[in-house]
Design a protein around this ligand. Structure first.
Ligand code: NAD
Length: 444
């Protein structure tokens, strides 16, 4: 057996596993359980049963010592140690796993901090997206991604001034068909148990939010096409563009991007509107790379001569004034940074630095600064989506697009300007400045 959290759950016929970590004391407790059988009709979730109800009589609950014994029994102690090492490095609150055995759907709820949400008076105390990974990916890579994103969400929520801690849900499964009520309802059940509010991220379509609501499964999700404010890609693009103008002003003394060459990696929910509604009209040359040729072709057609498609391979190493990563994170590390040929990096992608701790992020940010590349950690300026999501969650029918855009301007444009200026004054990188500014709120 390749050691993994879900492999132990699978071998022991468990449905839930929790690692709770208290970083101030380096205290870890484990618990696990078999809480449901194969016969649960998930599509009845929200009608016949709630997330608080027991689902079977013959429930099996294991405490700390017994759960640790299971990892020993299956030769997964070393693996568990690596996962706990990640919690320690990031100062996380823990991970909660939910397993749909019949469909092999593996849900991990990665909890970073609840500090800012604990007294907010809502069901959800943390906020962060829900992202899908393919079944073939290594579990540790999925956990690293989820934990890093959860940590970034704590800071993003603080920067966006929304009263929620940070978390991220990762789902490892085959693509989720929105008509598949068994899968959609199971995800809604897990979501409700997390006490988080989420929005669909990479690997899941925005329609998941509508499917959960239409089915009567969960209301702790925002950003559906038929939601009050629609998908979050637009406001995110708005904030990234505002930050880009501020970065240009900081670097070149002028916010105009005319005549610049800009590489955009990823033309999805954020990258496409960023080019379509903002960059395409600036007079810059835009080089777009996406695994999917369709959105690239649409942008080339809309902005002939201005937008060009480039190969995905090596896109971030192309010579350009600005790189705008809008696809997966973890793209800048010791291997790529020495080969970059740009003056600044400002994109929407979460966790662009390949790091599992604040310290490592600051080291990589230092390498970028040494190369003369202007960069600030992404959560300062990709907060438009969470601002929109929280507006929809907290205000429902009263949610206002105007307020979202005004808050996004304030958080992303003014936040970027202040952060870049403060970093220059202090003689540190903008990434270190941002972490310095918000760490106190989160870690105390
Ligand atoms: P998306 O899935 O809609 O789009 C991602 C696009 O990137 C897809 O078109 C995909 O084909 C492409 N892609 C994937 N790997 C690529 C590669 N190696 N090279 C080139 N293209 C590649 O996702 P999205 O919602 O646009 O999010 C993009 C990034 O921004 C993610 O990192 C996400 O976490 C982050 N983000 C999104 C939001 C939001 O509101 N959607 C908010 C904040 C941050």
């Amino acid at each position: 057996m390749v050691p993994s959290l879900f492999a132990v759950m699978h071998a022991e016929n468990l449905t839930t596993l929790e690692l709770r970590y208290r970083w101030r004391r380096d205290l870890l407790t484990l618990s696990s359980a078999r809480e449901w059988g194969e016969d649960v009709e998930w599509s009845r979730y929200g009608r016949d049963f709630s997330y608080r109800d027991p689902l079977m009589e013959d429930v099996r609950c294991l405490g700390n010592a017994e759960t640790r014994d299971l990892f020993r029994k299956h030769g997964a102690q070393g693996y568990l140690g690596r996962v706990v090492g990640l919690l320690r490095e990031g100062r996380h609150e823990g991970i909660r796993c939910f397993f749909h055995r019949g469909r092999d759907i593996r849900v991990a709820y990665n909890m970073h901090s609840s500090t800012l949400g604990i007294r907010n008076g809502n069901h959800a105390i943390r906020a962060g997206g829900i992202r899908r990974h393919a079944p073939g990916e290594g579990e540790l890579d999925v956990l690293v991604d989820g934990l890093n994103l959860a940590r970034a969400m704590s800071f993003k929520n603080a920067a966006a001034q929304v009263p929620f801690g940070g978390s991220k849900i990762t789902v490892q499964s085959e693509p989720v068909d929105l008509g598949d009520t068994d899968a959609v309802a199971f995800l809604a059940y897990c979501l409700d148990r997390t006490r988080s509010v989420t929005g669909p991220d990479m690997g899941l379509s925005p329609g998941l939010a509508d499917a959960m609501k239409d089915g009567g499964f969960s209301w702790n999700i925002t950003g559906g096409p038929r939601g009050r404010l629609g998908p979050t890609g637009d406001p995110t693009a708005h904030g990234v563009y505002a930050a880009l103008e501020e970065a240009a002003r900081h670097r070149w003394g002028n916010p105009s991007l005319a005549g610049r060459t800009i590489v955009v990696q990823g033309a999805g929910a954020v990258g496409r509107p960023l080019v379509e509604n903002h960059l395409g009209g600036t007079g810059a040359t835009i080089l777009v790379a996406d695994l999917d040729p369709v959105p690239v072709a649409a942008l080339v057609e809309k902005f002939p001569g201005r937008v060009k498609g480039i190969p995905v391979e090596g896109a971030l190493l192309v010579e350009a004034d600005i790189l705008v990563p809008c696809a997966a994170g973890g793209v800048f590390d010791d291997g790529t940074i020495p080969n970059l040929r740009c003056e600044m990096i400002f994109g929407a992608a979460n966790n662009q630095l390949k790091a599992t701790s604040l310290e490592e992020e600051m080291r990589l940010a230092g390498l970028l600064a040494d190369r003369g590349i202007l960069f600030q950690v992404d959560w300062v300026h990709n907060a438009g989506g969470v601002i929109a999501g929280m507006e929809e969650y907290l205000r429902g029918d009263q949610a206002s697009r105007e307020r979202v855009l005004a808050n996004t301007e304030r958080v992303c444009r003014e936040g970027t300007r202040q952060n870049l200026e403060a970093a220059r004054r202090e003689g540190i990188t903008p990434t270190e400045m941002a972490y310095r500014h918000y760490s106190e709120q989160i870690f105390g």
